[in-house]
Design a protein around this ligand. Structure first.
Ligand code: LMR
Length: 404
């Protein structure tokens, strides 16, 4: 008998998902989950949003069939996400220059982007912020693309290091793909200003780069409209732009794998060509996207009442994270006797970076049940007002050593 599998090595678990599993298995009572990017409320739970529950009831009562929707998926959902991203009045939409497809989560949208870009610019390399969400690199690899990093963060100020970023991006060649995240950069929480977004869009257009904007935390920074200011400025400046949109966090639909891939093009013909390739790529990988999450979002955004409910729940999540940022910055400043953590307050979304890496994060996990990735990223939404001070006390000696 042939044994195809006997020599197959065990593949190491994804570091982030590994943290999730070890946290769950840790029997200690006082443990801190700063790992995977999931929103938690003050009781440490991630409940289903009330707007989602109401939409699900509506779908159960009214859905007449589970028949295939086709490779694009739910068209009503796609149009609703186009409105969230572009706004109601965008010229590109009025001129039928946008292609949009339901995708299996934000990851699925990024995969569609990488694969589409491999068809339009086979030699194009992928530029990622350094640091970036580790899965960007993985998806680039899965789509057979080489990746390079561009500096992103100035640790001294906790803001974008724009001069160093641009120095690196000037080496990008026409046809290269550049991934920008906005808003609520993962893992730093640091976003470009609107002026910087405009500059980046204009730069990509002039250099012949094909940008992908990864939007996974819409509504977590300053509000639904405000959060799109930078993205829309970029779209205005760069006519050919891809956008990967995730509904995992802002609709709390994590496991439903609900995302949208959008491409702004310069002509209806190009939008049609893009759509034909997306249908072809989807067919080969998953044929058609999952429907349930997209139906939920379509139902919410198609009802004034449910939209208002969702917006107030989203505002609740955002405001809680803003409060936690302030409390954590204060607690870390006090615990370390510095003001080094004040920049946390000006960062956005669930994540920020602490100057703690590798072996220190292992030690924190083993000795103090503090779970965070080896990069030093923390998920602030895993904190509560009660856990902040005990956490700051555990982190203080390591942070003081790092700041010396
Ligand atoms: C994260 O970065 O923790 C989230 O985006 C979850 C994930 O899939 O990695």
């Amino acid at each position: 008998m042939s044994r195809f599998l006997a020599d197959l090595p065990i593949s190491p678990p994804d570091p982030l998902l590994g943290i999730m599993a070890t946290f769950k298995a840790d029997p200690r009572e006082n443990k801190f989950d700063l790992g995977v990017g999931v929103y938690r409320d003050e009781s440490g739970n991630t409940p289903v949003l009330a707007a989602v529950k109401a939409a699900e009831r509506h779908i159960t009562d009214h859905q007449a069939s589970k028949v295939y929707e086709g490779p694009r998926g739910n068209a009503g959902f796609c149009e609703a996400i186009e409105t969230l991203v572009f706004g109601g009045q965008a010229q590109a939409r009025a001129e039928n220059r946008v292609a949009s497809f339901v995708s299996p989560g934000g990851c699925g949208a990024i995969f569609l982007a990488m694969t589409l870009a491999a068809r339009t610019s086979p030699k194009g390399r992928i530029w990622l912020s350094d640091p970036s969400w580790p899965n960007h690199l993985k998806i680039a690899g899965a789509a057979g693309r080489d990746a390079l990093g561009y500096p992103y963060m100035d640790p001294a100020t906790g803001t974008v290091d724009f001069p160093r970023m641009m120095d690196a991006l000037r080496h990008a060649a026409p046809g290269d793909i550049v991934i920008f995240q906005g808003p609520c950069h993962n893992p730093t929480g640091i976003d470009p200003t609107v002026e910087q977004w405009t500059y980046l869009g204009d730069f990509c257009a002039r250099q012949g780069l094909f940008p992908l904007l990864d939007v996974a935390y819409h509504g977590f920074a300053q509000g639904l409209d405000k959060d799109m200011d930078g993205v829309r400025a970029f779209l205005d400046a760069c006519p050919e732009t891809m956008v990967a949109y995730s509904c995992s966090k802002n609709f709390g639909l994590y496991r439903e794998r609900t995302g949208c891939f959008l491409v702004q093009t310069t002509s209806p013909r190009d939008a049609e060509a893009v759509a034909s390739h997306l249908a072809d790529i989807a067919r080969a990988v998953y044929s058609m996207p999952p429907a349930h999450g997209a139906a939920i979002v379509e139902t919410i955004l198609g009802s004034e009442e449910l939209t208002a409910l969702w917006q107030s729940e989203l505002a609740g999540m955002r405001e809680r994270m803003i409060v936690l940022r302030g409390q954590l910055a204060d607690a870390l400043n006090v615990a370390t006797g510095t003001d080094a953590f004040t920049p946390l307050v000006h960062q956005n979304g669930m994540f920020s970076m602490l100057p703690l890496q590798g072996p220190v994060t292992d030690m924190l996990r083993i000795q103090s049940a503090v779970y965070m990735p080896a990069s030093g990223r923390i998920n602030l939404a895993g904190l509560t007002s009660e856990t902040i001070e005990p956490l700051a006390a555990q982190l203080a000696p390591y942070l003081q050593a790092a700041l010396r």
